[in-house]
Ligand binder design. Structure first.
Ligand code: NAI
Length: 242
């Protein structure tokens, strides 16, 4: 279904990003995995995709928060794959704390990675997409960006910002054949949430359980293929933000 397309997945070395990489590889896309630090994990995701689905997959260490590094990485991917067609902005971090005590650097680091990182990648991929007259962007937001979450002012702000970025990008690039959507996961079982598996907040999930990374990847795959949907925010949250 995605044969001949190249998908860039930021934060693809583990968790939700790794599940998205595997899902898009299963659908036939070639995969460029961007990761922050764990080369072994990123290589493992790539090897798994190549072995299971016979596609091309390569890993790139890159801090998406750095404008120039992001630009160089997109150029390397273009040279290695001959182009790119799908961008999944999934890289994200948390630095939780109450706002009255939140350190400036914790606000800045979260916004720089989660929001500016997505901007950097969109900014550097857009030239490619415009030349091709086609492209798909999916930003991984969060229900925290819709509802706000106490103790996560930095994270909630970054994820709400991603929704604004998604809608503006969708409006600006629709006429050029480029779609941009967001996915807003709720409580998903990954390394990021491993200390929250007993959280009382879980009782507020109408479907009564955490989601899986694969369930988020299924939603991303749907939006990648949904030719008449742009500027949308798809909640995958067991109903937590109804
Ligand atoms: P994770 O912590 O397991 O993985 C995060 C990934 O982002 C890693 O591959 C890491 O290498 C990468 N990354 C972090 N900073 C980076 C940087 N500066 N440059 C490049 N890569 C960087 O997280 P998880 O749980 O898989 O989350 C993935 C995305 O989904 C994040 O954006 C997160 O905010 C979002 N999300 C997760 C939820 C959950 O319950 N796990 C809920 C809602 C949203």
């Amino acid at each position: 279904m995605l044969k001949g397309k190249t998908a860039i997945i930021t934060g693809g070395s583990r968790g939700i990003g790794a599940a998205i990489a595997k899902k898009l590889a299963y659908m036939g896309a070639d995969i460029a995995v961007i990761y922050a630090g764990n080369t072994e994990a990123a290589e493992k995701v790539c090897i798994g995709c190549v072995d299971s689905y016979g596609i091309k997959a390569m890993a790139y260490q890159c801090n998406v928060a750095d404008f120039t590094t992001a630009k160089e990485t997109v150029a390397k991917i273009k040279a290695d794959f001959g182009g790119a067609h799908i961008l999944i902005n999934n890289a994200g971090i948390t630095r939780d704390g109450l706002i009255a005590m939140m350190r400036e650097e914790d606000f800045d680091n979260v916004v720089d990675t989660n929001l500016k990182g997505a901007f950097n990648m969109i900014r550097h991929c857009t030239g490619l997409f415009l030349r091709q007259k086609t492209g798909v962007i999916i930003n991984i937001s969060s229900v925290a960006g819709i509802m706000g979450n106490a103790g996560q002012a930095n994270y909630s702000a970054s994820k709400a910002g991603l929704i604004g970025l998604t809608k503006a990008t969708a409006r600006e690039l629709a006429a050029k054949g480029i779609r941009c959507n967001a996915v807003a996961p709720g409580f998903i079982a990954t390394d990021m949430t491993e200390d929250q598996s007993e959280s009382p907040l879980l009782a507020t999930v109408p479907l009564g359980r955490m989601g899986t990374a694969e369930e988020v990847a299924d939603g991303v795959a749907y939006l990648v293929c949904a030719e008449y949907i742009t500027g949308e925010v798809l909640r995958i949250d067991g109903g937590i933000a109804i």
